[in-house]
Design a protein around this ligand. Structure first.
Ligand SMILES: [Cu+2]
Length: 118
């Protein structure tokens, strides 16, 4: 009897959890594109999310192949978009690290890389 009750409840819990997760701000696309190769260092990096972002608690860093910060430190948020200016930092693998707070007060974070060079 107890087993039957649990079996009935679990799908409902999963459904609720999935519904909530869908409201989080997930990375939709980026420029430079995730995993892509560009010939020269970009002047800025821009990320687009699936939800509107809260300016105060959303940030973005960019590091070059040597692990040095090459972003200017001040991210700009507009709607579901966050961007930051980038200083020239040579060739190789650049890493973008993001932490954002969406309008539904949920935090998400992640990182991705892109390549600079020929
Ligand atoms: Cu959420």
């Amino acid at each position: 009897m107890r087993r039957l009750t649990l079996a009935g409840i679990i799908p409902v819990i999963l459904l609720l959890a999935t519904g909530q997760a869908a409201a989080h701000a997930f990375l939709e696309r980026a420029e430079p594109r995730v995993g892509n190769k560009v010939a020269t260092p970009p002047q800025q990096v821009t990320l687009w999310f699936t939800e509107k972002l809260e300016t105060a608690f959303s940030s973005l860093t960019v590091t070059n192949a040597a692990g040095q910060r090459v972003d200017t430190g001040k991210a700009r948020v507009s709607g579901n978009q966050i961007s930051i200016s980038v200083r020239p930092g040579g060739t190789g693998t650049y890493r973008v690290n993001w932490h954002v707070l969406s309008a539904d007060t949920h935090r998400t974070d992640g990182d991705f890389t892109f390549q600079v060079g020929q």
